[in-house]
Design a protein. Structure first.
Length: 138
């Protein structure tokens, strides 16, 4: 399956979800990474007009969880986030932020992802770590 088709399939799963509400879109993938972008506007602001840390964490968990799906059989298994941590480094007032998930560990039952969120100038905004669990569907 081509990269374009994979991205299209992943993006279609966002319909009627938090990812659709936050306008998160998956834009690039490779053998060991997945990238998503999210617009920064009043919908994701905290009261003082900058990107809310919770929106950054939602972006990080979205891209890390989607990346985990690329390494399982989604017919027989599913993914759930079980732990996420985030260090917010700098603020963003407008434009887009980009989250790039790369694997730290891809085990049979757990995956650990490093997710770096950057702005349009490639400045680090947040550094996150996500652990997902691989569950067999019943």
């Amino acid at each position: 399956m081509s990269k374009k088709i994979k991205l299209s399939v992943i993006n279609k799963t966002n319909k009627n979800t938090l990812m659709e509400s936050l306008k998160i879109k998956f834009i690039d993938l490779g053998d060991d990474y997945l990238v998503a972008k999210m617009p920064v506007d009043q919908k994701v602001y905290q009261p003082d007009g900058v990107l809310h840390g919770g929106a950054s964490v939602a972006l990080a968990e979205s891209v890390g969880s989607a990346a985990s799906y690329l390494f399982i059989n989604p017919v027989t298994h599913t993914i759930r986030g079980i732990e996420i941590s985030a260090n917010h480094i700098s603020s963003v007032k407008k434009g887009y932020v980009f989250a790039r998930a790369i694997p730290v560990h891809l085990g049979k039952t757990t995956h650990i992802w490093e997710i770096k969120i950057t702005d349009e100038k490639d400045k680090l905004v947040s550094h996150c770590k996500l652990t997902t669990i691989v569950l067999e569907k019943k």
